[in-house]
Each structure stands twice: as structure tokens, then as C-alpha cells.
Design a protein around this ligand. Structure first.
Ligand SMILES: [Zn+2]
Length: 460
């Protein structure tokens, strides 16, 4: 009898390299919280010797890994925080989040600032939390020390970020930072890829109605993304060994450049977000800044092209880009979309959103693909694939019991994040997270209050 081992058994377990679901037993070392072995088939005699946690009719999934989340603490903790943000993540089956370097004060642009952020996070995390570093003008000398201090990669902006302490970079700044990172193994430079240039500037919409969604859409045309991605792929030719990543792709017109660069062997990955795949501008009502994000949600034909690109591998994975703020800044009363904060709150809703959308409009997409896009591929991008993103030997036992049939309504009360504002309020989603185990220990149960648990996430 091993007191420090348990078996997770399910008749529908999602394992890597399997197309469908299989019956399997997952043996977990509860001291270390890692998976010791995975045995396919019915529960063996081991079940007599060890405690068995049976998933019943639920599907057993690896915990999701959301690599694009703004938790905003310290400094803008009234927008979101480690406590509320990671509770929202956990309740949606997300067991690892990677926090973006901006919107907290200070931003994660120096080793000292990373330490401040980690201090703020400690003891407050309900999921595991990793950190992106930031590239801003003049911080090249901090980049290698930040890699050594454990950041999972770097993010930069090619257009105004919306907060003054995180300025955007020029092509010259990018040369310096890419040169600094070029021979650093295991890191990645991620780009907010919108760029206004003299031959493709930001359109002037000052005379348009500022409560109309179409005004906002006109103000952030697709060519901003095309400009940016053209420059990124050009820079990659100078620094071919440095992996680059495009965050939150929205413009389908940039897909040909991405396909060409990938075909030529560029170390380039691309993410899109749940909102670009599940919402479209033709259905967004005027006067509702809750739908505002940058780049914007575009029309349904653009959305179809993003789906195509996701299915053919041009887009590698899907994240939330959870970027909340307080209600005042969202300008809900005035409905002024042009002056509202740009950012959508969706942390923890991703699995339900994608599953529901696929059941309705993309029935050929398998659950394995969805989990690859939201867990396996995201974990790999940030160098966490040895321990996250799949149910496999050696990985952390981050395990989700999930009912694919049960529906739930997204209500204000059901949202766990701090400012309960989301474009998905009122949506009925299919697929309900029943229980979540973090490193083999029960961390969330749908039928219990989270207050009966305590935060057990680690800083990665
Ligand atoms: Zn973001």
C-alpha cells in the first residue's frame, strides 16, 4: 500500500497521440503531484491497493494552459488580481496561466520588477502562474537577466499599448532586443502586431459616431496587422534562430504572409483568441464597449478564414487575452466605444466557448484538437511542455473532470473575475467543468464554494 499514490480512473480519458477518448488509469504521486504512469484499459488489480478517484461519466482532460492573461497586480489590482483572476481560470479548467508584463505597475520589464510581481502573487494563486517579460525602448540589458530569472518569454508592442509605463518599440529598438535575445535558448519574443506607418496610418474617425462599433472597426483596419507582421517576418530573416510569436491575430489578410514565412522555415507561431473565433462584428450591437479589444473583432467572413487557418495549422493555438478593467473605464453608461478601455474579460470561459462553437459550426473539430489549441500547444510555446499540457508520465497531475453535455449560462454571478463584465454574459455554453485537480489534489469542485478550498498554485 502506497499512501502517497492515487489512481485517477476514467472511461473517457484524453491522452496525447490518441484521436479519441480511451479508458485509462493515471497513477499519481501525491507528494510530488506528478504522473507516475498511465495504463490504458480497465482498472487493474492496482485498484485494490490504491485509492481510486473515479471520473464516472466525465471526460478526463489535462488542465488548460492560458498563456495570455493580464492579472494587473500590483498597481491596477482594482482591474484584476492574482486571487480573482486565477479563481476564474481554475473554475474553467485552466490550471496554468502566464501573466502578461503590462497593465500592472510596475510592468515586468526589469528583474527587480519581476521580483515585485512575484511577491505580489505569492500565496494568492489558485492555478500555477508563469510570467512574460516586457520589451520596451532601452531595456535591452535587462532581457538576458530576465530569462535567467525565469520569464517564459517576452512581449512587445508595435503600437501604443494603452498604458504609459509600457511604451511601444520602434524597428531600431527591435533590432537591439532581438540581438540581445538571439542566442538565448528557450525564449520567445511575442509581438502585439499592429503598426501604423506613413503609407498605412491610423484612420481619422473623429467625425464618426463614437458609440458605433463600425467606427471602432474603421479605426483599426486590417492593414495595421499586415504592416506589423510584414516587419516581423523581415526582422526574422536577420535573427532566424530567435523564435517569434504573434499574439491575438485578428486580421485574416495577414494569413498569406504568415503562411509564406512558415513555409520558408521561420520560427514563427501565432495565436488567436476565443473572441475572434466565437464573435463577429456584424452581431455586435452599437453602444456596447464590452466588446472592445485591440485588434478588433472583425466580420464573419474574416472569422471563417481564421477558423480555416486554425484548422490547417497556420494559427497554432487559442488564448483568452483576458484584459479587464473597472466599469468606469469601460464607458458602459455612455456606450462610447472609442474612449473605452480595450480588453475583453473571458478567463476560464474558453473551453466552453470553443466546444460550443465547434458543436454548432465546426463539428469535424475533435476534442483532441481543442485541447491541443488550449493546452498542449500553449504549454509548448512557453517551454512548459515537460510538465503541462498533456496527461503523460512525468507531467504535473493537473487533471480536469469535464461533462461535455452539461450546459451552463454565463451570468454575472457566475463570473469569478473581479470586474464582472464580459461580452459572453447571457450565453449558454456546452461543456461544464466538474472538478479540477492541481498536482493531484482537488482544487475546485463545481458543487462546492471555492471558499472551502485554499490557493495551491505555484509560481513557475
Ligand atoms: Zn493582451
Amino acid at each position: 500500500m502506497s499512501a502517497n499514490q492515487v489512481i485517477f480512473h476514467g472511461s473517457k480519458v484524453l491522452l496525447p497521440d490518441h484521436d479519441g477518448l480511451v479508458e485509462a488509469s493515471i497513477i499519481v504521486d501525491t507528494d510530488k503531484g506528478t504522473i507516475l504512469s498511465v495504463i490504458e484499459g480497465p482498472l487493474s488489480g492496482l485498484g485494490d491497493k490504491l485509492q481510486v478517484i473515479d471520473a464516472g461519466d466525465n471526460v478526463v482532460l489535462p488542465g488548460l494552459v492560458d498563456t495570455h492573461v493580464h492579472l494587473n497586480e500590483p498597481g491596477r489590482t482594482h482591474w484584476e488580481g492574482f486571487w480573482t483572476g486565477t479563481r476564474a481560470a481554475l473554475s474553467g479548467g485552466v490550471t496554468t496561466v502566464v501573466d502578461m508584463p503590462l497593465n500592472s505597475i510596475p510592468p515586468t520589464t526589469t528583474v527587480e520588477n519581476l521580483a515585485i510581481k512575484r511577491d505580489a502573487a505569492r500565496g494568492q494563486c489558485w492555478t500555477d502562474v508563469g510570467f512574460w517579460g516586457g520589451v520596451i525602448p532601452g531595456n535591452e540589458d535587462q532581457l538576458v537577466p530576465l530569462v535567467e530569472a525565469g520569464v517564459r518569454g517576452f512581449k512587445c508592442f508595435m503600437i501604443e499599448s494603452g498604458v504609459e509605463e509600457f511604451p511601444c518599440v520602434t524597428e531600431q529598438d527591435l533590432y537591439k532586443s532581438m540581438a540581445a535575445l538571439d542566442d538565448q535558448p528557450g525564449t520567445v519574443l511575442a509581438f502585439h502586431a499592429e503598426l501604423d506607418t506613413p503609407d498605412g496610418p491610423l484612420p481619422d474617425v473623429s467625425s464618426h459616431n463614437h458609440t458605433h462599433y463600425s467606427t471602432f472597426l474603421t479605426s483599426r483596419p486590417q492593414h495595421l496587422e499586415v504592416n506589423a507582421i510584414s516587419l516581423i517576418t523581415r526582422l526574422q530573416l536577420q535573427f532566424p534562430s530567435l523564435p517569434c510569436h504573434i499574439v491575438h491575430l485578428s486580421a485574416a489578410s495577414a494569413l498569406p504572409i504568415i503562411r509564406k514565412a512558415k513555409a520558408a522555415g521561420a520560427k514563427l507561431t501565432v495565436e488567436t483568441c476565443f473572441h475572434y473565433l466565437c464573435l463577429s462584428s456584424d452581431k455586435i450591437p452599437d453602444g456596447k464597449p464590452v466588446f472592445k479589444c485591440c485588434p478588433p473583432i472583425r466580420d464573419s467572413s474574416n472569422r471563417e478564414l481564421l477558423w480555416e487557418a486554425l484548422k490547417d495549422g497556420t494559427i497554432d493555438f487559442v488564448v483568452s487575452d483576458h484584459s479587464p478593467c473597472v466599469a468606469d473605464l469601460k464607458k458602459l453608461d455612455e456606450g462610447d466605444i472609442m474612449s473605452a478601455w480595450g480588453g475583453i474579460s473571458a478567463l476560464g470561459l474558453g473551453l466552453g466557448l470553443l466546444w460550443t462553437e465547434c458543436q454548432k459550426n465546426h463539428p469535424e473539430v475533435s476534442l483532441s484538437q481543442i485541447i491541443n489549441w488550449t493546452s498542449t500547444a500553449t504549454a509548448k510555446r512557453v517551454g512548459l511542455d515537460a510538465t503541462k499540457g498533456a496527461i503523460k508520465v512525468g507531467a504535473d497531475a493537473d487533471i480536469v473532470f469535464w461533462d461535455p453535455e452539461a450546459e451552463f449560462e454565463v451570468t454575472q454571478e457566475s463570473l469569478q473575475f473581479k470586474n464582472k463584465l464580459s461580452p459572453y454574459q447571457g450565453f449558454t455554453l456546452k461543456g461544464t467543468v466538474q472538478q479540477v485537480y492541481l498536482r493531484g489534489k482537488l482544487a475546485y469542485d463545481k458543487d462546492k464554494s471555492l471558499d472551502e478550498f485554499s490557493p495551491t498554485g505555484k509560481l513557475l
